[in-house]
Design a protein around this ligand. Sequence first.
Ligand SMILES: [Zn+2]
Length: 383
Amino acid sequence: MTPQRLPSLRQDCEARRDWLVDTIGALARIESPSGDAACLDRCGDAITRLLQETGAEVERLPREGAGAHLRATLGTGPRQVLLLGHFDTVWPVGTLAQMPVAISDGRLHGPGTFDMKAGLAIAMLAATLVRSSLRDLRLRFLFTTDEEVGSHTSRDLIEAEARASVAVLVFEPALPGGVLKTARKGVGVWHLDVHGVSSHAGIAPEAGASAITELARQVLALHALQAPQLGTTINAGLIDGGSRSNVVAEHAHAEVDVRVSAMAEQARIEQAFAALAPHDPRVRLAWRGGFERPPLERGPHVQRLFTMAREAGAAMGLDVREGATGGASDGNLTAALGVPTLDGLGALGDGAHARHEHVDIASLPDRVALAAALLLALDATAP
Ligand SMILES: [Zn+2]
């Protein structure tokens, strides 16, 4: 496709606006919370039909307790591009009753619209629009069912497909204004268990070793590891422990969220957890957990792909910009492998994981146009 055809690509996408709204609305009406295999499979069946309409061959990849992931292939070109997304949502069954799919003020509201059923619709329509123009590319869709709960049953699949790809396009929501995501923090969760020695707080306090006191000191020590200027933050967001105020606490527990922007920081934090030692020798510490997703670093591989997207957008009169976010996605996994990855190609809107979740309808066609133009650029040159 020549640059002269690109303006008409935007018009073609504009003409599909109703299809986009109908499709996103229909998918949002099929509730699909992480962990509910029956609901996820029902939504997966609807997505399978949509993938088949693009001309793709669809495979169901069932996983215990998680519903089937969907993998689909469109075209036979020698180079693979991965179009990555998820159709699980954070919303439990029944949410639709309080948060119905509805249009108002140019917004399509509903659970899972923004994060990220709109992204799936955008990816599928972009593929449909470019499929007959592709010479070198084979499009591989991977739509998974457990992204919101850490991708434990899909990670191997995501990484294998990424390794076989020249680029990974992630259709998670865009940053405000449609800004693409070229940096995401890595996320880790640790559970810290402190086993102390109980005693009577009045009669024999010296015989006890308080798990709560120890945990308090450990939490302060952990928080001291933060390096906000490097993007490293630590939050002990949950603690519990003890049994009664007149008992020196035998047990205490904390759940700690860690975010890092750089691999080197990930290693530093991992070492610090591995080296945790009690201040009071009568106390025993145990921890489990670790990084669920590494940081998506804005390395040269990510920058090259973003530059392609910016140029593809500019050729159509779109101003494409990049930004960073503290949240992780499956793009973190693929970028960490060194595979060019661009995230945030999904919808504009707001309210991911929030009651006001919605997508901005007017902006949907240009998201499709951008994705389609990027696919055409990738067909012409490697990132
Ligand atoms: Zn998401």
